[in-house]
Design a protein around this ligand. Structure first.
Ligand SMILES: Cc1cc2nc3c(=O)[nH]c(=O)nc-3n(C[C@H](O)[C@H](O)[C@H](O)COP(=O)(O)OP(=O)(O)OC[C@H]3O[C@@H](n4cnc5c(N)ncnc54)[C@H](O)[C@@H]3O)c2cc1C
Length: 463
C-alpha cells in the first residue's frame, strides 16, 4: 500500500500576497524577473541550446522559500521548473513563462565522519561534496563531471566511478527532505514515507522538490590510481575488443570507461579511462593487463587525488556550448555495434563531440531492480553520443548526424538511463523504468495527481 503525504505546518502557516514585491519581502532568497541584472545569467543552463525565459525566478535559501515558491506558482497557475546544478542536457531546470525554482544558493554541507554520512542541500555540486567528504578520506558515488548537481544526478539514479563498489548515488541515499506539490515538507527514508523514498531514488523530480540529501559515505582515497590511455583510431577496434573482454571480469575496485574523443588539437583517438580504488600497492599489478595488451600513444594513468579524478572530464564538458544527446544501454558490445560506431565517427561534424561508454558492473548490478526506482541494473554498457558544437548555424547538421547515428544503433539497445534523455525522448520513459514504471505512476498519482511537477522527464499520474 502506498502511504499518502501528511499535512504540513509550514504550508498552513503561510499567507501570501500576489505582488512580486511582497514575494521578495517574504522569502530569504532572491526574486528575479525579466530585465533584472542577474536574470539572464541565472536562467542560463549548461546546454547552450536552451533559451527559456521564466516569468519569475525564485532563488530559494531554505525549505520555507521552496514552499512559498510552490504555493505562489499554484496560486497563479504557473508551471514550475526546478534547478539543482543546471546540467541536464534537456534543459529541464528552466521553463518558459513559469516559475523557475532555483536551488543553487542552497549550499550547506554537513559531514559526520563518525557515522560516515553527509547531509547536503540541493544546490551543491559534486566538486563541493567531494571536497567536503574527502577532507575526512570519505566519498560516495557521484557523477564523472564535477560541476553536475548532486540533486538531478541522484534523483535520476547517479552512475559514476564508485558505482561498482557502492551502487549508484541513489543507492547511497539514506534520507531526504522533500517539498511536495501541496507545499508540504516531508522527511523520507526507509521507514518514513517509504514509497516516496523508493520513487525519488531514480524517478527524478516527479514527486516534489528535494531540498536535502543524506548520503552514506565510504573510505576512499585521498589518493587513488587512475587516468586515461590514448590509442590511435587505427587501433579502435582492437581496443574495443580488449575493453569488452577485460572489463566484465574485473573486481569491483577496478573501473574502466571508454570513449572516442579528440585531442585538444582535434586528432581523433580512442581512449580508455580507468581507475583502481583498492589497496594502492596493488595498483600496478591490477592495471598491468591494460598496459600489456597494446602500447598506447599516451599513458596518463598514475596516482591521483580522488577529487582530481572526479574532475578529469570537466574540460571536455564546458558550460554554455550547444548540445544534443542520444544514449542507451547495450548488453553486447558486438563487432557490428563497434563497426557502426566507427563508421559514423568518420563523419563526426565537430571534434568536440565524444562518444562515451560506461560499464555497469559490481554493486550497482547486484541490487534488485525492484529495490529502488532505478531499474536498468544488468551488467551492460551505457553508450552516449554527446554531440557538442559552438555555432548556432551548425545546429541542423549536428542534430541530423546524431539522429542518424542513433537510428543505426538503436535496434541493439535495451533501455536507457533517464538522466541522459534529451528533449525529444519522452516516448522512451518506459524503457528507462521497465517493470518499475507502473509503480512510479501510482506513487505519482498519490503525491502529485495534477502533474504539477511536469517540467522534467515526466511520469504522468494515472488517468
Ligand atoms: C557533462 C555532463 C556529465 C554527466 N555525467 C554524468 C555521470 O557521470 N553520471 C550520471 O549519473 N549522470 C551524468 N550526467 C547526467 C546528469 O545526471 C543529469 O544531467 C542531471 O539531471 C543533472 O543534475 P543537475 O542537478 O545538474 O540538473 P538540473 O538541470 O538542475 O535538473 C535536472 C532535472 O532534475 C530535477 N531536479 C533537479 N534538482 C531537483 C531537486 N532538488 N528536486 C527535484 N527535482 C530536481 C528537475 O526535474 C530538473 O528538471 C551528466 C550530465 C552532463 C551534462
Amino acid at each position: 500500500m502506498i502511504t499518502e503525504p501528511s499535512s504540513g505546518k509550514i504550508a498552513d502557516a503561510i499567507t501570501f500576497n500576489d505582488d512580486v514585491s511582497d514575494l521578495k519581502k517574504n522569502i530569504s532568497g532572491n526574486v528575479l524577473i525579466p530585465g533584472d541584472e542577474h536574470y539572464d545569467i541565472t536562467r542560463a543552463v549548461w546546454n547552450g541550446m536552451i533559451d527559456k525565459k521564466p516569468a519569475i525566478i525564485i532563488q530559494c535559501r531554505n525549505n520555507e522559500d521552496v514552499v512559498y515558491a510552490i504555493l505562489y506558482a499554484r496560486k497563479h497557475n504557473l508551471n514550475v521548473s526546478v534547478r539543482g546544478g543546471g546540467h541536464n542536457v534537456a534543459g529541464n531546470a528552466v521553463c518558459d513563462a513559469g516559475v523557475m525554482v532555483d536551488l543553487s544558493l542552497m549550499k550547506e554541507i554537513k559531514v559526520d565522519p563518525a557515522q560516515q554520512m553527509v547531509t547536503a542541500e540541493a544546490g551543491v555540486i559534486w566538486s563541493e561534496l567531494d571536497e567536503a567528504t574527502q577532507h575526512f578520506g570519505l566519498a560516495t558515488t557521484g557523477g564523472t563531471v564535477s560541476e553536475t548537481g548532486i540533486a538531478g544526478l541522484t534523483l535520476g539514479g547517479g552512475i559514476g566511478w564508485l558505482m561498482s563498489m557502492f551502487g549508484t548515488a541513489s543507492d547511497n541515499l539514506l534520507s531526504a527532505e522533500v517539498v511536495t506539490a501541496e507545499g508540504v515538507v516531508v522527511h523520507t527514508d526507509k521507514h518514513n514515507s517509504r514509497d516516496l523514498f523508493w520513487a525519488i531514488r531514480g524517478g527524478g523530480g516527479n514527486f516534489g522538490v528535494v531540498t536535502k540529501f543524506t548520503f552514506k559515505l565510504h573510505k576512499i582515497g585521498p589518493m587513488v590510481t587512475g587516468g586515461m590511455l590514448l590509442y590511435p583510431m587505427e587501433m579502435a577496434k582492437e581496443v574495443m575488443k580488449f575493453y569488452r573482454k577485460f572489463v566484465p571480469a574485473t573486481p569491483d575496485e577496478l573501473v574502466m570507461f571508454a570513449g572516442f574523443i579528440c585531442t585538444p588539437d582535434g586528432i581523433p583517438v580512442t581512449a580508455l579511462l580507468t581507475a583502481w580504488f583498492g589497496p594502492q600497492e596493488q595498483a600496478e599489478k591490477m592495471l598491468a593487463p591494460i598496459r600489456a595488451f597494446a602500447t598506447p600513444i599516451a599513458d596518463m594513468v598514475g596516482p591521483i587525488p580522488y577529487t582530481q579524478l572526479q574532475k578529469s572530464l570537466d574540460a571536455a564538458a564546458p558550460k554554455g556550448i550547444r548540445r544534443y544527446w542520444k544514449s542507451g544501454f547495450f548488453s553486447q558490445l558486438s563487432d557490428e555495434l563497434i563497426d557502426i560506431q566507427l563508421h559514423h565517427l568518420q563523419t563526426r561534424p565537430n571534434p568536440m563531440t565524444p562518444v562515451l561508454l560506461f560499464y555497469l558492473k559490481g554493486e550497482v548490478t547486484r541490487i534488485n531492480p525492484a529495490e529502488t526506482a532505478f531499474y536498468n541494473r544488468k551488467q551492460r554498457w551505457d553508450l552516449d553520443i554527446v554531440t557538442q558544437w559552438i555555432d548556432k548555424t551548425e545546429d541542423e547538421k549536428n542534430i541530423a548526424w546524431t539522429r542518424n547515428f542513433w537510428k543505426a544503433i538503436e535496434p541493439f539497445s535495451e533501455g536507457v538511463y533517464v538522466n541522459h534523455l534529451d528533449r525529444d525522448d519522452s516516448e522512451r520513459m518506459r524503457s528507462a523504468y521497465g517493470e518499475n514504471y507502473n509503480q512510479l505512476k501510482k506513487i505519482k498519482t498519490i503525491f502529485d495527481p495534477q502533474n504539477f511537477f511536469c517540467m522534467n522527464n515526466n511520469i504522468p499520474p494515472e488517468e
